[in-house]
Design a protein around this ligand. Structure first.
Ligand SMILES: [Fe+2]
Length: 206
């Protein structure tokens, strides 16, 4: 059971990422040209529907953008263990990619974990948007498959719109439908997927 209802929270007391990892992220991110090599597809975490679907907003359709995973290597994993959290599910660099004319990463849910998230490059002036599907709870819990997507933004109710800070850790609740709008350039972030048990916000102290 997931205990908390929030969209995202800043984590300002976590340390900044050292410059050597930012440099490596830029190098790896810019070298990423072959979307078919995406390990999120090959390990079954997401599927081709998430990656290639047509999304519609204000009646206009375009091919969705998506997040691709890039391995940062052992030194990064150790830095995360030593400085952020030692019991993570996965950590990597993520780049938001898609057809050049596409600016919309369509609504989806991530899975039953939280993300600790660190934006490196904004990719223009995008906004992350959280949505409510009127026929579903805001929080998607057990029983719904991972990577679930909705392709028509016009069916959804917007509940929050945010420009994430750059160069600061935050926690992100991906069991709420969310997407990104107005991506116009390379958007890079570090991701640490973590179990919900590490973030129990309960106020019941009995
Ligand atoms: Fe997501």
């Amino acid at each position: 059971m997931l205990p908390s209802v929030f969209t995202w929270l800043p984590l300002p007391n976590l340390p900044k990422v050292p410059e050597r990892f930012i440099d490596l992220a830029h190098k790896l991110g810019h070298a990423k040209e072959d979307p078919s090599s995406d390990s999120l597809i090959t390990d079954g975490t997401i599927d081709m529907e998430y990656k290639t679907r047509i999304v519609t907003k204000n009646g206009k359709s375009q091919v969705t953008r998506c997040q691709e995973r890039i391995d940062m290597g052992q030194e990064w994993n150790e830095w995360v263990r030593d400085n952020i959290i030692n019991d993570f599910i996965e950590t990597s660099l993520r780049i938001n990619t898609g057809p050049e004319q596409s600016t919309l990463h369509g609504p989806h849910i991530d899975g039953e974990f939280y993300r600790i998230y660190y934006l490196i490059d904004r990719g223009g002036d995008p906004e992350t948007v959280f949505y409510h599907h009127p026929e579903h709870p805001i929080l998607f819990g057990k029983g719904l498959e991972r990577g679930r997507v909705w392709s028509n933004v016009d069916d959804l109710i917007e509940i929050e719109r945010v420009k994430f800070p750059v160069g600061q850790w935050l926690i992100f609740n991906g069991i709420i439908l969310h997407g990104i709008e107005n991506v116009t350039g390379p958007r890079l972030n570090f991701n640490i997927s973590v179990w919900p048990k590490h973030f129990d916000f309960s106020i019941n102290n009995k």
